[in-house]
Design a protein around this ligand. Sequence first.
Ligand code: SF4
Length: 492
Amino acid sequence: MSTLLSKSTFIRSLQCQKSLFLYKNYYHLRDEISLERQRIFERGHEVGKLAQQLFPGGIDVGWESPKEYKKSVQLTQERILKGDKIIYEAAFLWNEVLVAADIIVKEGDTWHIYEVKSSLSISETYYRDAALQLYMISKSGLKISGISMIHLNKNYIREQHIDLHKLFKIEDVTQEAELRIGGVIMGLIEARNTLNQNTIPDIRIGPQCDNPYTCDFKGYCGWNKIPKNSVFELEEIEEEQVWTFYNQNIVRIEDIPADYPFTITQKITWQSRLTNEVFINQDEISSALDQVILPAAFLDIQVFRPAVPLTSGAHPYKQIPFGFGMKNLTLDSDNQKIEIILAEPVFDFEESFLKRFISETAHLKSLIVFDKKRELRALVQMTERFPQYTAEIEKTINATVDLADIFNRRHFYHPKMNLNLRDMPAIFGYENVSNENQFGSDSLAGTAFEYLYRDGDLLQAIEIKALLKNYLKQDIEALELIYRGLTDTIDH
Ligand code: SF4
């Protein structure tokens, strides 16, 4: 068995020794990688490539496939000896530990290491990552002056063109890294011991499974055997308490002892799950629905959140609305059409999109939404760039009636409820809205729009636009069924 450690397997070992062991010995048991996670990897790669332009003219010695790492290590040495001053993806191997620095730059007779992160700040994991790089590259014989992290600058506001020197923040983390080298050495010893043993470490699932990253052996370790309605789904509960319950074999919400100091919402959840009864407070539902004043419409907004700002006035990871669906609320709703508006994915589309949104919604007294705080906040943020529309946007926001509030406040509670918009119609006895959409989540719908914006392949664009429109339509259908379901509960 290979005991070669890389930066990623070392970080994995710090999270969980069992994860390291499984990765090295039972790689095939990993969970399927989700599209969201795949997108995070791709985004990291894109940001890394962009950051290389801060140090132009370097040579890239990175490997195409991990199997070629030895070639990269050799090439790195060759380029250093040849006198190159900027090297991307420089690889070093020492004592069976392989590290690849995103960028190394020669300053006088020493080298400075730069690690690129697509985040807005530096986490503890990144400091440890820097410590490993600093330690290993120094050990491999290169004279190092220090290490810096390059990450996205949350205060950067894009103008017409991207200014890379303002988009990225470079922070020297040499001191923080040096402080953690002792921990790196101990971590390497522990990882080696793990890899030298013959059996899978006996480690139960715990808070480490999602910290700092979602482990890809959760399926193997039994996470998918945790029943629905488990203590992990109980709202307003501290993570520590959840694990205390779990370790006491209290897994389902109804198994929590009656003398636990429940909050009011927790108590309703517990009671409902215990008795399998639906909890309905007709007066509260009625007064919540009374806030809907005609003319009204169901509304769903979608946003995207590019790491590198794609439009002027945006900062990294700014949420930008790109589409909305609407359907008028009337007595003959079957005859009403669902309107879907998608922004044209062209530079600076926001103002025309915003104007369209305002013109479509201005006459409405109520907009019925479902847990759309994030999207509505994105609309509010647009007033920073377009203050001339502040009054109209505020009027829209004030007109929203959020159906999710009714469930969050436990005016209605169903023991099988999970607050997912598309799963909710079923609790009222309706057929679930189709989930047969390639996106499957708002974040992937946002990624699809980002793809449209950046790549613009005509045929694919037509297909993606059709899928996005269908996605918005399905959200509106689900929203309407939830509204009808709630209305029925007060009419009987
Ligand atoms: S799922 Fe949890 S316990 Fe299992 S290997 Fe991963 S981190 Fe360790």
